[in-house]
Design a protein around this ligand. Sequence first.
Ligand code: ATP
Ligand code: BTN
Length: 320
Amino acid sequence: MKDHSVKLNLLNTLSDGAFHSGESLGKQLGITRAAISKHIQGIQEWGVDIFRVQGKGYQLAQPFIMLNHERIQSQVNNPVELHPIIDSTNQYLLERTDTITSGTVCVAEYQSQGRGRRGRQWMSPFGTNLYFSIFWRLEAGMAAAMGLSLVVGVAVVEAIEALGIEGVKLKWPNDLYHDDKKLAGILVEMSGQAGGAANLVIGMGMNLAMQDKNGEIDQPWTSLVEVIGNDQFDRNQLVVSFIKTLDQALKDYEMHGMQDFVARWNRLDNFIDRPVRLIMGNNEINGIERGIDAHGGVLLETNDGVKSFIGGEISLRSNG
Ligand code: ATP
Ligand code: BTN
C-alpha cells in the first residue's frame, strides 16, 4: 500500500483550522517547502479544500476532527481497522473474508473507488463524511441476504432517531433520505458461499459535511449538517454508534428474521403512498408505492392491483 504518512501528518496539523506556513510545515516534517506544496496538491485531490494565503500559509476551508482508532476501538467489541486512505472499505473486507472474523469493521477517511450498487461511483472526499463496512458470516445463507439489507437500513434510521435527529427516512431498498434527498447509502455485497453460510459485507456511506462540487452527483443529496442545522456532532462517536447498531441489527436478524419488521419499515418509508417509477433495465412501471411485504419486496399499486417487486436490478424513483 502507498505510504500517505506525510499527507496525513499535514492534515493532522491543519485540522486545528489555523494558518500554517509552508516553512513551518516543512520544518516539522523535515522536507522542503516545494515538497509541502506538492503534498498539499495531493491532499486537494482527495477532495479537501485548502486555501493558500500569501504571507500566512495554508488553512483548511473546513476544519475537522480526524477519526481516531483508539477512541473507536475502546468502545466496541468488534475488531476495527481504520485505514485513512483506501480504495473501498467494502472491497477491503471482501478480499479478506477467509482470514477475518465475523463482525470485523473497516473505516476510512477517503475512498478512491467508493462504489454504490451496480458499480456506480460513491463520492468519498476526505474527512467530511463517513465510510465504513462490516463483515458478517450469515449462517442462514444467501437467500436471507435481501431481507437483511432492509433490516440494516431500518436499524440505522432508528439509531439516528435515538440521537434526537428527526425526519430521516428510507428509500427502498436501502438509501437513507431526508427531505427527498439522499443522505446515505447502504451496499450489501457477497463474497460467495462457504458451506451453507454466506459471507456478507455491509457498507454504509453517510454524508456529514460534504460540499457541493460543481454538481458532481447527478441526483439530489444532502448531508447531516443540513439535516440538523449545525456541525456539532462527533464523527468518532457516530462511527461507534453505527457499529453497535449494525452489530445488534445483524444479531437480531439472525435470531428473529423479519418478524415485526414490515411495520417498522413502512413507518420510515419516504415514498409510501406516493407516485413512483420502478426502473428494471429498459422497463419502467408507474404506480403508487405501498410499502414493503414480508419478503422485503416493494409493493406497487397500478391499475392491475398491488404487486410485489424484488431484486437487485430494480431502482425506485419519485414520480411526483
Ligand atoms: P438505486 O435506487 O438503484 O440504488 P441510486 O441512484 O441510489 O439507485 P446507487 O448505486 O444506490 O444509485 O448509488 C450511487 C449513486 O448515488 C450515484 O450514481 C450518484 O447518483 C449518487 N451518489 C454518489 N455519491 C454520493 C454521495 N456521496 N451522496 C449522495 N449520493 C451520491
Ligand atoms: C448506494 O447508495 O448504492 C450505496 C452506497 C454505499 C457506499 C458505501 S461507503 C462504504 C462502503 N464502501 C463502498 O465502496 N461503498 C460502501
